[in-house]
Ligand binder design. Structure first.
Ligand code: FAD
Length: 490
């Protein structure tokens, strides 16, 4: 469908600027707020344009994990040692293939400083308490958790494990996007921005870039209550409008596996900023990469085995649930069944969780695996062979096939159940504008587009093929700061 409104507008066609600032930021989520604070700290006059009626974006609804490490004060207070080298080795293995190594290196080297910035300068509260139960996030206000499978196979053989999921402290948390730790990241960030004199205009939807005769971005055109407004940026524009998870056509074109199943994102994530910059020649990266959530309580699936549509195990069940989601959707045709015996299922139900709504009842219950396999409609012998191999090694507390840790390995007994988890995935896109480590938007030629910066999920950040919880709030805030600082000094 033709959309001429996406094309950049020549600056000499703008008769009157309705708003003006040194740095203009599109989007008041985590990347936009971080950019605004950094630009204002550098002395710039900053204007944020936000499409909805309030700040926060997806970030304010998020669980709140910020992926940080290398020996943060919170890690130390919780009794964990970490190093920049271990964090780099882990992230390069977990976020690939094709992850931007320069970004990962810088992100890891700057991680302790970024923690101090969030905690000390912005005032984000982190409680020095480690949450060690399996799960998507702590159901309490504990501040630290494994959030990327660092202590699970194969990653525990690649780098020394350390928990790096830093969660802002939030009273009366709810894991349904209503009252998550992300709010307690965003509230202090926005308060700081306002304190520094950042101006925010709400209900204004950025549409197009304005470019001067030299190809430099000098502003934006937006819609405000049906009116077109022109906004001048004296030193730089920062795009921070989120992913393209809710743009059906873009998802079909670039990341079709996730089509029809957006999650952990908001409808405003329509990819417009990516298209606007593309129309100016911006390069893209990792447009096929997706975060994938798996909709089953980890307290249950860690105690059983996950099998695909052929009755075969395909992932160590004690890893980060997002790795389970990616393995299921991207490599096993979205086919998953949890096979678990009654004792393990009942034990799982007694354990604390942030996601009780993901505790499904068994779909089938049988006395033997042979019967179960038949009821599930799996080829005769397929599940029996899987369980026999698993049980043989589990009797010795081992899982040589996939490396599940001994503490979670136990032979599957009787009665035995299966939960139908086919299609139980959803997620958001990770690809977007290709940016430099200083958050300059890069032209397909490889050169920065003058005056244009971007951060957050409208860019390709530290994640490529893989994902860890906290990578989005983490790279959004980290490279958002760099975008704001770059735009201010531009
Ligand atoms: C329930 C839930 C749980 C999550 N948990 C985590 C987690 O624990 N850790 C983690 O790292 N990530 C998590 N995420 C994902 C994370 O919140 C997002 O990926 C992250 O917020 C992206 O940052 P961003 O700044 O790019 O976008 P956002 O934070 O969404 O901000 C983008 C802003 O831009 C605005 N906008 C969009 N289009 C326009 C336009 N045309 N003009 C002006 N403004 C516009 C939007 O309204 C929004 O306010 C979670 C998300 C959800 C919903």
């Amino acid at each position: 469908m033709s959309d001429p409104s996406i094309r950049p507008i020549p600056a000499d066609r703008i008769a009157r600027w309705d708003y003006e600032a040194d740095v203009v930021v599109a989007g008041f989520g985590v990347a936009g707020a971080s950019a605004a604070v950094a630009a204002a700290t550098a002395g710039a006059q900053v204007l944020v344009l936000e499409r909805t009626s309030g700040w926060g974006g997806a970030a304010a609804m998020a669980g709140g994990f910020v992926y940080l490490g290398g020996g943060t004060p919170l890690q130390t207070a919780c009794g964990f040692e970490d190093s920049v080298a271990d964090m780099q080795a882990f992230l390069k293995a977990a976020l690939g293939p094709g992850a931007d190594e320069a970004k990962i290196d810088l992100y890891c080297e700057g991680s302790v400083d970024h923690y101090r910035w969030l905690a000390d300068e912005i005032g984000v509260p982190f409680k020095a308490e480690f949450w060690g139960e399996p799960g998507w996030e702590p159901p309490t206000d504990a501040g630290l958790m494994y959030s990327g499978g660092e202590n699970s196979a194969p990653f525990n053989t690649i780098a020394r494990p350390a928990p790096r999921g830093h969660v802002p402290q939030m009273a009366d948390k709810q894991s349904n996007g209503e009252r998550g730790g992300g709010y307690m990241l965003m509230k202090p960030l926005v308060d700081k921005a306002i304190e520094l004199g950042v101006e925010a205009v709400y209900d204004v939807r950025v549409q197009t870039l304005v470019v001067d005769a030299d190809g430099r971005v000098t502003g934006l055109v937006a819609k405000q209550y049906g009116k077109t407004v022109a906004v001048r940026a004296r030193t730089g524009v920062v795009l921070a409008t989120g992913s393209f998870a809710y743009n059906g056509a873009m998802v079909e074109a670039f990341a079709p596996r996730i089509a029809g199943r957006p999650a952990a994102s908001i409808e405003e994530h329509d990819g417009r900023a990516i298209r606007m910059a593309q129309a100016l020649g911006a390069d893209l990266a990792h447009m096929d990469a997706t975060e994938v959530a798996f909709f089953c309580d980890p307290q249950l699936f860690i105690r059983g085995i996950l099998v695909n549509g052929r009755g075969q195990r395909y992932v160590p069940e004690d890893t980060y649930p997002g790795h389970v989601g990616q393995a299921t959707l991207l490599r096993n045709d979205n086919q998953a069944f949890l096979v678990i015996d009654q004792a393990a299922y009942e034990e799982g139900l007694t354990r604390p969780t942030a996601t009780p709504m993901l505790r499904m009842p068994p779909t089938w219950v049988c006395e033997t695996v042979t019967e179960l396999e038949a009821e599930m409609g799996l080829p005769a012998g397929s599940l029996q062979t899987t369980v026999e191999v698993y049980n043989t090694h589990a009797a010795n507390g081992e899982d040589p096939l996939l490396g599940k840790k001994p503490e979670w390995v136990a032979p599957i007994g009787s009665p035995v159940a299966a939960i139908d988890l086919r299609g139980m995935t959803g997620g958001f896109t990770l690809g977007g504008l290709r940016t430099s480590v200083d958050s300059e938007v890069l032209h397909v030629s490889g050169d920065p587009i003058p005056g244009l910066f971007a951060a957050g999920r409208c860019t390709a950040g530290i994640s490529a093929g893989g994902y860890v919880s906290g990578a989005s709030l983490g790279d959004g805030s980290f490279f958002g700061r760099r975008a704001g600082a770059s735009a201010a000094r531009n």
